[in-house]
Write a new protein. Structure first.
Length: 185
């Protein structure tokens, strides 16, 4: 009986840690983040990760994002990234230097934004973007997920860092973390 209770306790602690890593360590309530997204002229949307397996695609983690649209271009920013709590996605979006007139990293992926995500120690995950996507049609979007649970579309991060999408940087409230920023180009 004691072993059974200890297993339940261990599973509960792991679940709490997993929830904290996915939802950030912020004390701010999710509804406050949703309201902030709307105040930034964004739309709260839930995206589901698509995991490619040998047997086909399966649905994975679902996460809430702020869908920001400007001049027909759509950007997805994780709600946790919009928190006032410092986080990696906000830090990199605010601090990396990108010149879109210079070549972006071409290795190891075909997608340069995925290479930047990898260079920043993020993990590129494809999310199903129902009702949106960069093409404006139902499709998929690339999300760079960092170890602290914060996330942003990889291309959105690059567009914000290069000055093409200042609305993304303007929506970020967190002060950047005091960390070294790798050279991107």
């Amino acid at each position: 009986m004691i072993k059974y209770l200890l297993r339940i306790l261990a599973i509960s602690l792991i679940s709490i840690q997993a929830y904290a890593s996915v939802n950030g360590n912020s004390d701010i309530l999710p509804v406050e983040l949703e309201n902030y997204c709307i105040a930034q002229h964004g739309q709260v949307t839930e995206l589901t990760a698509i995991i490619d397996t040998h047997s086909g695609n399966i649905k994975g983690l679902s996460k809430k994002f702020c869908r920001l649209q400007s001049d027909g271009n759509v950007a997805y920013v994780g709600l946790d990234t919009l928190s006032p709590t410092p986080n990696l996605a906000a830090t990199y979006t605010l601090k990396i230097a990108v010149d879109m007139n210079k070549p972006l990293p071409k290795y190891p992926y075909d997608n340069p934004s995925a290479n930047v995500c990898s260079k920043l120690h993020g993990t590129e995950i494809v999310f199903a973007a129902y009702g949106g996507g960069f093409s404006g049609k139902e499709g998929e979007t690339d999300i760079c997920l960092f170890g602290d649970g914060s996330s942003i579309s990889s291309w959105s991060m690059l567009y914000a860092a290069s000055g093409i999408r200042p609305d993304i940087k303007n929506a970020i409230r967190a002060e950047p973390l005091d960390i070294d920023i790798p050279q991107i180009q």
